[in-house]
Design a protein around this ligand. Structure first.
Ligand SMILES: Nc1ncnc2c1ncn2[C@@H]1O[C@H](COP(=O)(O)OP(=O)(O)OP(=O)(O)O)[C@@H](O)[C@H]1O
Ligand SMILES: [Zn+2]
Length: 748
């Protein structure tokens, strides 16, 4: 296991450990864990006919009915006659003991209360609904008499989602039409209205279908993973392969081996945008689509997926990090693709890292984990080096493709007027590519038009009203947007401070501004901009990606949205506008993140038969990180990073936890921090040190003032237990929110 094996979470759970799966006869007292914020389980009497351990139930709580799980034997200690009975057993598979263990262990590791963990594991609507029939809508046999734009959209949505049934409301929303449009199409048999059981099993995937013929290095990698899966026990493998080496093809073979054993598989992806291409690849490989689990999935599908995964009516799930909490009946494999991606860290509510929790879950399930990346996280690299993870290396691209040539453009030597960012050298390179009928990508990891809007009359910078953050101009939306809280307002014409008209001006580049510059510099080019905020739906984005892949653009201007996983066969040049952007931060991961992002985005160039090139605009071509990116001496880079972190006692060589205190008044948050700092004895006894309190770098978010503390400890310290005792020992004022971030990734 990653950090987990080193630091067994040996703190005592506040809840009794679950009993072995058993049966409770009618009237017996059972303990039920609910999702209500209580610090214990509640006792209820088993209903008529008895109840199984792990069963999902509905129980009375005060005047309400809530959902819970039969966690074990009741604790008793009160008048039995007063115990209320379980109202109803839900029509879903009982929670397995392994899942109960996972929730307990993951909760202990992240210091998250068990009811919150249970909430993560029950994030499907309508779990308590009785099994029933419903009306669903699918593609009909006839074509409509008259095609309108609205009707075309309805058919497109139905085709997109294959056999999946929609409710009327879902279909209307997805196609952006009114219900009457759909009813009209039903009348013409262009759309079918059916009575269907609410939840049905998914089409079977066939692992015995042949995959693509693999290269020698791919075959070796696939064999190693297959062997591990046939063993049927826990293990983690780092699958490191350069961009375009065919990691996806290889881990699909691991999926095939897992499915062939009759076990379920989970593939975690960092971006929804990735899944469209991935779904097609799965369908080609196994003859049917996998189950999807992410925020873009309809409520009806979510419930179906949750139930079927629990009953074994789903074999392969592809999803975002929360898919890790689905009730798999027999999980044999978890693939974490782009395992270094920071989106695996949940930064809200329960603060967990899906990569690390995958390792925990797999170790409890006797499953294999595959961590795939071209540029693994330092944590994973260290674990592989220490022999805790197996490691597979794929050093060549598939087929005729070769890795792009990497070069720096020294911006100190380029003649560029203020407010311009595409250097003459890069301009020439783009022109050459266009002349050859190829595509270029201009990469800038900054959404919006400009990061700062300043008043030229008084110097005022436009700020968010609720956050300690600047508003970012989004010219396509004609609004200012706060990237912290999402609040937006129309672009003002006068300065909010001095009220002078027409003096607000943009400072610095964002992708939208870069698009504008590209249009001026390359007037004949077809330009496509890819940035997450420019697409209303995953569908629209998918369409834009498809257009580019088919050669419908000469220049792509994009944020990190384009860095991951896309295959654009005509793309041969990547121009990084500001390679220094990520290096300025004081974050300990600044170097690692820049290295990963630059290597990854460069990897978009030359993925087919034409060789590619990556040009990095930088003011510090001799910076060690820039040099490492250019040379591709990856092992050297990681060794140097590891050395630096080890010397500073930083993760993964030491342990860290962030404490975030927030309150509506700054002094309340600060006073709580001071009180905690004074009461640090439990930390000191364990060998840990606390730093702070200090105002957080972003000192206000959504109107809440934020104060941070940082706890550091050497490896091997039972940090969670010490943190638990420390926090429990301090009385915190009402209205204060405290959250603990074990293994923090961000420090804002
Ligand atoms: N054995 C193979 N036969 C046919 N095509 C292959 C084979 N291996 C890889 N490819 C193709 O090469 C391209 C790159 O493969 P893939 O997407 O699996 O690479 P990757 O290592 O996951 O890349 P990245 O890390 O850049 O996302 C894809 O278009 C894929 O279909
Ligand atoms: Zn804000």
């Amino acid at each position: 296991m990653s950090a987990l094996a080193d630091h067994p979470t040996d703190s005592q759970p506040a809840y009794a450990a679950p009993q072995p799966q058993g049966w409770y006869d009618e009237g017996t007292l059972v303990a039920v864990l609910t999702t209500q914020p209580l610090d214990r389980t509640l006792d209820y009497r088993a209903p008529e006919g008895g109840v199984a351990a792990g069963a999902f139930v509905q129980v009375p709580l005060g005047p309400r009915q809530v959902i819970g799980v039969v966690w074990g034997k009741g604790q008793g200690g009160f008048d039995l006659k007063k115990a209320r009975a379980i109202t109803r057993i839900l029509d879903v598979a009982p929670m397995r003991e392994e899942m109960q263990d996972f929730l307990i262990r993951a909760g202990e590791y992240t210091l998250t209360p068990l009811p919150t963990m249970l909430r993560l594991a029950t994030r499907a609507p309508g779990l308590s609904d009785p099994p029933s029939m419903r009306k669903v809508y699918g593609l009909g046999p006839a074509t409509p008499d008259r095609m309108t734009e609205a009707r075309t959209r309805v058919l497109a949505v139905l085709e997109d989602f294959g056999g999946a049934g929609f409710t009327l409301k879902e279909l209307a929303e997805a196609a952006e039409v009114s219900a009457s449009v759909i009813k009209g199409m039903v009348a013409q048999d262009a759309v079918l209205e059916l009575e269907a059981p609410r939840d049905t099993a998914y089409p079977r995937l066939d692992p015995s279908l042949p995959g693509k013929p693999l290269t020698d290095s791919q075959t070796r990698a696939a064999d190693q993973l297959r062997t591990a899966i046939q063993g049927g026990t826990y293990g983690t493998t780092l699958l490191r392969g350069v961009t375009g080496s065919g990691k996806t093809e290889v881990y699909l073979e691991a999926v095939a081996a897992c499915l062939a054993k009759g076990r379920q598989a989970l593939v975690l992806l960092p971006e929804i945008a990735l899944s469209a291409e991935f779904l097609t690849r799965v369908e080609q490989r196994f003859g049917a689509k996998p189950v999807e689990w992410h925020s873009g999935v309809t409520m009806t599908e979510r419930r179906r997926a949750w139930k079927m995964i629990g009953q074994g009516g789903a074999q392969l799930v592809v999803g975002a990090r929360s898919a890790l909490f689905l009730p798999f009946r027999d999980l044999g494999l978890i693939v974490v693709d782009e395992e270094h991606d920071s989106s695996y860290k949940q930064e809200d509510g329960a603060l967990y890292n899906a990569r690390d929790m995958s390792v925990l879950r797999a170790s409890l399930a006797g499953a294999q984990v595959v961590l795939a990346s071209a540029t693994p996280s330092l944590e994973t690299w260290v674990n592989a080096k220490a022999g805790k993870y197996a490691r597979i290396d794929m050093t060549d691209r598939f087929g005729a493709a070769v890795l792009p040539e990497m070069r720096a453009i020294d911006m100190r030597a380029e003649a560029l007027s203020p407010g311009r960012w595409i250097s003459p050298t890069l301009q020439q390179a783009v022109r050459d590519r266009m002349a050859a009928g190829e595509q270029a990508l201009l990469f800038l990891n900054r959404r919006g038009y400009a990061p700062v809007t300043i008043c030229r009359a008084c110097g005022h910078q436009v700020q968010c009203d609720h956050c300690d953050a600047r508003m970012v101009e989004h010219r396509f939306l004609k609004r200012l947007v706060c990237h912290q809280c999402g609040e937006s307002k129309p672009m003002p014409t006068e300065c909010p401070s001095c009220k002078v008209e027409g003096k607000l001006s943009a400072v610095g580049p964002g992708v939208e501004r870069l698009t504008e510059e590209a249009a001026e510099v390359f007037p004949e080019a077809r330009i496509a901009t890819l940035s997450s905020d420019l697409f209303g739906s995953a569908r629209a984005l998918k369409q834009a990606v498809g257009v580019i892949a088919n050669g419908g653009a000469d220049i792509v201007v994009g944020t990190q949205l384009v860095a991951k996983g896309h295959n654009f066969p005509l793309l041969t040049l990547v121009g990084v506008i500001d390679a220094d952007l990520g290096l300025h931060g004081s974050d300990m991961r600044a170097a690692e993140r820049t290295f990963q992002l630059m290597r990854q985005v460069s990897g978009r160039a030359g993925r087919a038969d034409r060789p590619g090139q990556a040009l990095l605009q930088t003011c510090q071509p001799d910076h060690p990180v820039i040099r490492a990116i250019l040379s591709g001496a990856e092992e050297d880079f990681w060794n140097a990073e590891a050395e630096g972190r080890a010397a500073a006692g930083m993760p993964p060589f030491g342990r860290m936890a962030g404490i975030i205190l927030s309150a509506e008044k700054e002094d309340v948050a600060m006073a709580a921090g001071v009180a905690l700092a004074r009461a640090d004895q439990p930390l000191r006894l364990a060998g840990a040190v606390v730093y702070g309190p200090a105002l957080a770098p972003i000192a206000r978010v959504r109107g809440w003032h934020r104060v941070r503390m940082l706890v550091k400890a050497p490896k091997g310290v039972a940090l969670q237990r010490a943190l638990g005792e420390w926090i429990a020992g301090v009385r915190l004022p009402k209205g204060l929110r405290l959250s603990v971030d074990v293994d923090p990734q961000s420090f804002y």
